[in-house]
Design a protein around this ligand. Structure first.
Ligand SMILES: Nc1ncnc2c1ncn2[C@@H]1O[C@H](COP(=O)(O)OP(=O)(O)O)[C@@H](O)[C@H]1O
Ligand SMILES: [Mg+2]
Length: 242
């Protein structure tokens, strides 16, 4: 395990081509509500390589969650394209998008989206159950993931009784369960105290360093952002590299 990835540089020797994971080309997103239209993302162009650690910052309401949702196929761009390893994600059928999300992504939602009718362990195990993995194996992976986020003492707890920070840690355990190629984290430490926030930052970095998980993290937490290799600011519908 590593202690910190603050000083780690991208694994990017000059003679090695690193595969492009995400490529966003002229992405625009307009929401229509009633007679009003709001163009939240105007022209987003972004390339992310395999194994990179990216932070996305910006003020509340600037479109950070919208951007992550587009990258996670949970919403569709109004214009432009989102490629994942050369595949235009928004040409996939809904079924193939669901398979893509299950097999490639770990999504930590801003508002957790845990299922209240399932307990903690079952919520975390769900991505593995959906893949048809053996229950015993999935539950042991889920227990391990919950231990990594410091929630091993609440395996059988019901979701509604958890605090915001505990729900967030369960959501992180669910996102890392299958060691996905990419983690899309939407303010993953937003409800955590400093100590737990630091622990989650280190955990994400460990996954990045040990198995090459690409991290794309929306955050207001500067300590977490500083663990990433690149920082982007989203402002007035455009993305600026810091
Ligand atoms: N489904 C939607 N319909 C209409 N407006 C939306 C929808 N989703 C987000 N918005 C609006 O888009 C803007 C950006 O939202 P969001 O991406 O959640 O911002 P952030 O995550 O940066 O705080 C906000 O003004 C929000 O109200
Ligand atoms: Mg948001």
């Amino acid at each position: 395990m590593i202690d910190n990835c603050q000083n780690l540089q991208p694994d990017n020797p000059k003679n090695k081509t690193i595969e492009i994971l995400y490529k966003l080309e002229h992405v625009q997103k307009t929401f229509v509500s009633g007679t009003e239209q709001i163009t939240v993302l105007k022209d987003i162009n972004l390339t992310i390589h395999k194994g990179e650690r990216i932070a996305i910052l910006g003020s509340s309401g600037c479109g950070k969650s919208t951007l992550l949702h587009l990258m996670g196929t949970l919403d569709t761009p109004t214009r432009g394209k989102v490629f994942f390893t050369n595949k235009n994600l928004h040409t996939l059928s809904e079924k193939d998008k669901a398979v893509f999300r299950n097999q490639k992504l770990g999504f930590v939602f801003q508002f957790h989206h845990l299922l209240p009718e399932l307990n903690v362990l079952e919520n975390v195990a769900l991505p593995g159950i959906i893949q048809g993995m053996k229950r015993k194996h999935v539950f042991s992976l889920a227990q391990e993931a919950l231990t990594l986020v410091g929630m091993e003492h609440k395996l059988n707890a019901s979701i509604p009784v958890l605090s915001g920070g505990e729900k967030q840690r369960v959501a992180i355990a669910r996102a890392i369960l299958l060691r996905p190629e990419v983690i899309l984290g939407d303010e993953p430490t937003g409800n955590l105290d400093e100590e737990n926030g630091e622990k989650i930052g280190k955990l994400l970095c460990t996954l990045n360093q040990e198995i090459g998980t690409t991290l794309i993290i929306v955050t207001h937490n500067l300590a977490l952002a500083n663990l990433m290799q690149k920082k982007y600011f989203l402002r007035t519908g455009h993305l600026y590299e810091n």
